[in-house]
Design a protein around this ligand. Sequence first.
Ligand code: SF4
Length: 693
Amino acid sequence: MTSSVVSTICPFCGVGCGLDLKVQDNQVIAVEPIFHHPVSLGQLCVKGWNAAFGIDPGNRITTPLLRKIDTFHPISWDEALNHIANQFTDIISNDGPDALGVISCARATNEDNYAAQKFARCVLGTNNIDHCARICHSPTVAGLKQTLGSGAMTNSISDIDSADLLVVFGADPTENHTVLGGRIIKAKTNGAKLLVVDPRKTRLAELADVHLQLNAGTNIALINGLLNIIFSNNWEDTDFLASRCENQKEFVESLADYPATKVAEITGVAEELLDRAAYLYSHAQRAFLAYGMGITQFVSGTNNVIGISNLALSCGQIGRVGTGINPLRGQNNVQGACDMGCLPNVFPGYQPVSEPAVQEKFSSAWDCTVPTQPGLTSLGMAKTALGGKFKGLIVMGEDPVVTDPDQQLVQRAFRSLDLLVVCELTMTETAKMADIVLPVVSFAEKTGTFTNCERRVQLIQKAIPSFAESKSDWRILSELATRMGYKGMGWQGEEAIFDEMVRLTPLFSEMSYPKLIEYQGLQWPCDESHPDGTMLLHSTSFSTANGKGKLIPVRYVPPDEQPDDEYPLVLTTNRLHFHYGCGSMTRKSPLLERETPDGVLFINANDGESYNINNHEDVLVSSRRGEVSTRAVYSEQVPQGLVSMPYHFKEAPSNRLTNNAQDPVTKMPELKVCAVKIKPIKAGALPISEERL
Ligand code: SF4
């Protein structure tokens, strides 16, 4: 019997907790927290403790699979890769490179993601590369880039301990980023004030000094209302504005449209509470503001982020320890997938694809001619497929059929493709639609790096051998590239990929694997000026061209779909502590599955009674795009008129209902608000999930 302990990083959320995998005879038999880990300080949430179930061989895909009519047949790697390479080459010849694309994976490593965007650009010849940041924090990248010059968390998680005010805006961190949420509760217990802005009465809202329970989708009206109060009372930070910001005059003039009475009417928040919140934020010594998808997943997502930035800049709550604008990134490596350039408009390190000097640099380094026009987003690829101009797609470890808005549109789009390749651990709903499925290794079977929400690049280590015939995503792409005649992806291993990325990405120029081990992870920028990494961004100047923070007026725009007589309720989405993403990993844990086994609709008891739906009774939820049957659960977290569904459950997919109206800047769909109707359905009519059979 052989045993060992291998230190790595949790594969679930963007907090990036350290965990030890206990290995016996090439199997992970237990998970424990790393005691001195700089982020998690010896803690894990229940998902982290159950991380071993995500690698459970129980239902893993063992070999490449080829669809023949409606069934999958095992084939060899050679057959699978030759088939894909030949069909992709044909599509490029007949329809051009932009008929192809890649959806990379926010759960895969930086090395996998670097390989994915290089494959799209050098081998396929297209900038059609995207990933699930599109539907979580693409507005963060776009919005903060405009105002601060850099779209990432400005401070570090440890700054929570130094703040005297914690602002949680459109986020539910005790459910989703639990170790970070626990740190907020601890800071509150130690005397910090807590301000929560959320349409739902979340756990933190219950504990808050002030809870602004705004109507869903009214963020900009609320933020502009707070700013109007702040400037009217001269509570702004005049020194900070004068020395570090620009465009104040035009910006302040724009706030005149948001008097407190009007804002109270739009948002549903009483004027006294608006006053109190404005006072608290502008008078705090150090206000740490964290936000989530309650800011980004709207047609006004980018402007919502700009609004948050306006608030922090106006009050000088940025550039110091304990302050800042801190987007809570969802997936373990969604920050890294963005950093690696898995976006249609930027190369690694956010170097624009449209800049000639950048094009020249990458063409020369990669020995190819890189495409120069920004590519399609993931939803753009789906819509173009429906129009017949997009023919082939590789999806690496994401499950857009469950996680993207308007599920039926996504399914129709995938059905219309000539070739859908899915690289996966298990047969997800998207994998079930593929023409070819390729088995990939889990986080415990590979080496590489993940980047957490505070920009910390951390090494993960291979603990057990690859399961069955599975391979790393980067190795699959490398072998495909060779078959398609491109020789620039023949790396010997993950470290060689990382070193190539570092050479081409100024933000990472001083990073290396040995240094990541020595420092227990490094926060970017890590360059000549910051060889030890950077815990705090923007301490003396912003990353904009002139170093100034930009105040940008933003106008309130109501959500795309409002409740009406036919669809009288507002549906929002939420996440649950016990599950993660599409549930493909957490739902394999009996313990997590026991806690929350099925889909659910949270509904206020008064609405339940109005619609003749009892607590725990079956219910049919319909929107203009589809219908879902699930179970209603009475909850005081949702006010009357609002219902909420998690999206972890494929048997009750909330994204069959959600709206795909998009933010014009980033194409972020409006996942947080749509109009629905509900009615009771006969007991026992609900399907039983595969997990429970
Ligand atoms: Fe993993 Fe996030 Fe939980 Fe930490 S908080 S253990 S990173 S899921």
